[in-house]
Design a protein around this ligand. Sequence first.
Ligand SMILES: [Zn+2]
Length: 326
Amino acid sequence: MGYSREVYDAAIAELGRRRTNASAKAAALREHMIEKHPRIRELELEMAGASVRVARAVLNGGDVTAAVEKIKTQNLSQQAELAEILSREGIHSPNFEPNYACPICQDTGYIGNRMCECFKLLLREEAFRRLSYMGMMKDADFHSLKLEYYPDTPDPRGVSPRRRMAEVLEYCRNYAADFDEKSPSLLLRGATGTGKTHTSLAIAREVVERGFGVIYGPMQKLLHQLEKEHFGRDDGNSEDMMIDCDLLILDDLGAEFSTSFYNSCLYNLINSRMLDGKPTIISTNLDKNEILDRYGEQISSRIIGTFVPLTFIGKDIRLIRLRNEI
Ligand SMILES: [Zn+2]
């Protein structure tokens, strides 16, 4: 997949940061060890002088082979002594080689002329991050979504919102913790302010932390981006990325403008990901009938027929928070 110049620059900068960081850590460790065991510095100097001593032995003439052999033996015993000191400290690389994030390419991003997998992964993550809106709610995680926000008194159907939401949130927490490419798609449904956005962001955060490629965004914003690219007002391949990512989260289905272009984009995203077996999460205020009315049979049957439905109930959490009721 091709990426923009900015994505490449950002990934290359990150590789640079990783190399600098690895070298700085190795240098700091060496300094610390020398301070603790001054003998290390002496051994390093003695070993560094070995080639000079060999050259001198050659220049001096006499039994060069015996002299070189003696220097070699000394060198080996110095190496062993150094390795011994360091291994007692739990260090197994006597030359204090940097501990690179990717030992295969040593954080250069290339193995010969071939791009390393770590570089490909960085490009992918960077591209997804740029397309996502995860900064929207900085504190959105599972800890900050408190069950106390949901009333414990049963509603007219005899259901306690708090008890129901405890189950829903438990499901979502496990979903994020166990997420893999075979996870099901989810439909988070419920009235405004019942915690759907917060929950989907919490899932997004955790799945990203677990190393998966996630694109998260409000429907309107993501579809608008596709529109700009489709009509040539912006470069990019957002559609490919939205189809390709491990988890696509479309927040607030139904809040976007209703246009046939948006509907065809939505159909393509849902259908392509379904065919690839990739999970998608959709949150919406619409109920099943409203989804059917607005999006028609083709889109609705895919969402309603294959997504695991999770219903959010309760009062508007945002109002409760604003009023400081809790
Ligand atoms: Zn690598």
